[in-house]
Ligand binder design. Sequence first.
Ligand SMILES: [Zn+2]
Length: 382
Amino acid sequence: MRHDLVVTGGTVIDPASGLHGPADVAIAGGRIAAVGPGIGTADAADAIDATGCLVVPGLVDLHVHVYWGVADLSIRPGPNDLERGATTIVDAGSSGANTFPGFRRYVIEPFEGRILALLNISAMGQIDPFLGELHDARYLIAERAAEVALAHPDRIVGFKVRLTETLTGPNGRIALERAVEAGTIANLPVMVHVGGSTTTTDEIMGMLRPGDIVTHAFTDRPNGIFRDDGRVHDAALDARRRGVRFDVGHGAGSFRFRRAEAALADGFPPDTISSDLHRFNDEGPVFDLVTTLSKLLHLGLPLETVIAMATKAPAAAIGRSGAFGTLAPGAEADVAVLRLDEGPVTFSDAYGDTIEGRRRLVPVVTLRQGRRVIVGSHGSAR
Ligand SMILES: [Zn+2]
């Protein structure tokens, strides 16, 4: 048998390869062997019939929290991500320089899916739900963060800083400065969580470098990407022109439909769509990444664009283009088989607003390195 597994009869969408159409996906040795029409199953040990389904690269969720048992907010990885199509998840700041080794040893390495990390600029990471990680500026050690990142280049893909005042106290600006400093030393991007900061939009955007990432782009909180009149802020437009990226990061307080609508109306779509899955939204309104994708699809982004924003674009944002987020032959065989179900559906944002949709993406089968992910095998998410 030439192929271990062939996914047949589906519609392949792989923006990284420029593919959108009927095709089979052949897998051998845990990697993509071939993609194209008519490969068939005659020379395959196993097959998945994807008739009526979309076959896309395993999704990449650029913002989740999975340092369960240690970091505030975190859920167990698996039930809400890998089992639902996201084969690569990026933990956004749950661990810091002092706590990353445990994250790597006890969570990242045993897990079947691929977990990468954005290291919190606070050395302790997100330990306490009430005492924010940036209240004590002594935890902001750029050199140590950079050193830990450089010691784990296979897992740490950048830095994270949360700029909400309850988390920073008076240290918002210095925290961002330190994060950018660490990013400069390690030559890695910084993801900035905006919304409710003491630093202004002008200040934040002005400090970001090309390749840095603004998450919670469509939050309703102040000092995000919007001006008081609801239009996209000039500083955000300017930052995008310089190469700063804008990420959804839905979360429990960071995605409002009318903000997303306003941004899209202003010609300001996100670069990447992420869930910010954590324990206050995994049972709704976020649920999983495909539900977040469905919301953006409903708001008018084309299907292929939505898939690109959760495959090719996040892989590029963390410097991993071609390694995953693609079905190109040779890539690890991470595949999400999805269905686009037609029918009425009510979507909720993080503020309790609802919209009535007409279709939604639903996960059907996830493959990780060519193997079917067994649903239910990762236990409870909480
Ligand atoms: Zn988050």
